[in-house]
Write a protein that binds this ligand. Structure first.
Ligand code: CA2
Length: 152
């Protein structure tokens, strides 16, 4: 039996466009490149990373539900659903594992409708504003959490 931990990496709507549109806001790295970078880094820490992107709220809720009882943590950039989705928050909360919310941009410095997150209150923490590095920082935080249980 594998002793590897398992982490779910979720990407919300429109993030499939990464690297192809609006590079001045969201950078030039594609979603596949982010997934590959994180998969390699996770593997170095004996973590299997399962990546999934959807433009559909229910598909994200279904994916989270599928992992009840078989996942050790969730990294999620809920994208626009950050600001709208009670369903994604409830699904994540029900998993009972550490969740880290990720944003490429500094949402606090953008339009006021991006200042509220439904997910943040059930997350261990939020990493925003560092572009692609937000994902790397979030994975490093998750590796720390899964090794000693502490976010610090
Ligand atoms: O900064 C982030 O990571 C966001 O989650 C990105 C979301 C936005 O709604 C959130 O407020 C903050 C938007 C994702 C759209 O991704 C695109 C990528 C490339 C081109 C166009 C959109």
């Amino acid at each position: 039996m594998s002793t590897h931990k398992r982490v779910l990496l979720l990407h919300g709507p429109n993030l499939q466009l990464l690297g192809r549109r609006e590079p001045e806001i969201y950078g030039t790295t594609t979603l596949d490149q982010i997934n590959e970078m994180l998969r390699a880094r996770a593997a170095d820490s004996a973590i299997d990373l399962i990546a999934f992107q959807s433009n559909h709220e229910g598909d994200l809720v279904d994916k989270i539900g599928e992992h009840f009882g078989n996942i050790d943590g969730v990294l999620i950039n809920p994208a626009a659903y950050t600001h709208t989705s009670v369903a994604i928050r409830d699904a994540l909360s029900a998993l009972n594992v550490p969740v880290i919310e990720i944003h490429l941009s500094n949402v606090a410095a953008r339009e006021s409708f991006r200042h509220h997150s439904f997910v943040a209150p059930i997350a261990v923490g939020v990493i925003a504003g560092f572009g692609v590095n937000s994902y790397r920082l979030a994975l490093d935080a998750m590796i720390g959490l899964l090794s000693d249980g502490s976010p610090h």
